[in-house]
Design a binder for this molecule. Structure first.
Ligand SMILES: *Cc1c(COP(=O)(O)O)cnc(C)c1O
Length: 367
């Protein structure tokens, strides 16, 4: 049996009838950049997330970049974040000229450990950028209270966590700004690159909106230097069509996570995802942790079962960040996670039989 890590085709079959006319409409209108479809999607996503404002942008990476720029973060500033995340988190901090300051993760949730944040704060610290990894929110109460105490901004990297909840509120609505990604493998993916910003602050919203179009508040009148961060109408149309399905897809992922938890219950060598009490995990990834990770990965690949390592090299050990002067051993929980974790298929349409096959194959090999 072949099982891929992610198969988007059975999802596409569910909304194909609805998306093709929407795409044709954009093509017939020949109006491709920003415009009505993007504004419509922004309204829908503001309503969905519960944020006052939502802004469609060219990618999740550009969302983070625009967020940092809108807060005036740049040369000489420091931003606290996790080394165990997709590159874009720290990449965007570097790109605005600021210094990423890493804080190790909680070994259970893989999210930034709030008890280590205060030690990393300096006079130059301007913001914290927590990442809600794999679809589960960070300890937002702790992070927000540290930010308040030290007068720091918070940009939530919610790129993997659309619809995830902390208490009764959604990821991306706690900090000053939330950044989301519509990359196809995210829970709400478009047909290419796309992203979203959320905020409750009208001043930040206006500044981000200008930054998205090279810093112009009126066309050809630039109040500051921004970037080309525009979203195109085709991608916005796809997001609008898919949004009503998201709830069901998330439920499917959560149901699959429960099934895996059940199959791995008797296997003490496989650590399943730890769900924080106060959170609603949306399982962008279902990530197990184990000693013989690399052997298992090889075995699953031989058996035609898709799996992936997110992430094999923590950011503090990346060549491009060698100027930060970190060494192996600096962030032991992140380094251990990078050696031990493996993501296995979790998408909503994964047939129950295929999921059981994946679990049995793992249990037979790791026992
Ligand atoms: C996907 C992702 C991003 C970047 O999103 P893109 O749309 O690919 O630019 C940033 N941070 C995290 C944690 C992500 O998973």
């Amino acid at each position: 049996m072949n099982v891929s890590l992610l198969d988007l085709k059975p999802q596409y079959a569910q909304y194909k009838d609805k998306v093709i006319p929407e795409i044709m409409e954009v093509i017939e209108n020949q109006a491709f950049i920003l415009g009505f479809k993007v504004e419509k999607m922004e309204k829908e996503l503001a309503e969905y997330t519960g944020a006052k404002y939502a802004l469609g942008v060219s990618s999740g990476t550009d969302a983070l970049l625009i967020a940092l720029m809108s807060l005036g973060i740049g040369h000489g500033d420091e931003v606290i974040t996790t080394p165990y995340t997709f590159f874009a988190t720290a990449g965007s901090i570097h790109r605005v000229g600021a210094r990423p300051v890493f804080v190790d993760i909680d070994p259970d949730t893989y999210n930034i450990d709030p008890s280590k944040i205060e030690k990393a704060i300096s006079k130059r610290t301007k913001a914290i950028m927590p990442v809600h990894l794999y679809g589960q929110c960070c300890d937002l109460d702790a992070i927000m209270s540290i930010a308040k105490k030290h007068d720091l901004k918070v940009i939530e990297d919610a790129c993997q966590s659309i619809g995830a909840k902390y208490g009764d509120r959604q990821a991306g609505t706690f900090g000053d700004i939330g950044g989301f990604s519509f990359f196809p493998s995210k829970n709400l993916g478009c047909f290419g690159d796309g992203g979203l910003l959320t905020t409750n602050d009208q001043t930040l919203y206006k500044r981000m909106k200008a930054l998205r179009v090279h810093g112009a508040e009126r066309q050809y009148h630039h109040i500051e230097v921004g970037l080309n961060g525009r979203l195109d109408a085709l991608q916005a149309a796809v997001v609008s069509v898919k949004l009503p399905f998201l709830k069901g897809w998330t439920e499917g992922r959560r149901r699959n996570a429960d099934r895996y938890d059940h199959f791995f219950q008797g296997n003490s060598k496989v650590k399943t995802p730890v769900r924080s009490g106060n959170c609603r995990h949306i399982f962008n990834q279902y990530v197990i942790s184990l000693d013989r990770r690399d052997e298992l990965k090889e075995h699953l690949t031989e058996k035609h079962i898709g799996c992936a390592i997110y992430y094999p090299l923590p950011l503090h050990l990346q060549e491009c960040f060698s100027y930060l002067g970190h060494r192996e051993g600096d962030f032991p929980a992140s380094e251990a996670a990078a050696k031990r974790t493996l993501a296995i298929p979790i998408y909503a349409e994964l047939p129950a039989g295929a999921l059981e096959h994946v679990a049995q194959t793992i249990n037979a090999f790791i026992c």
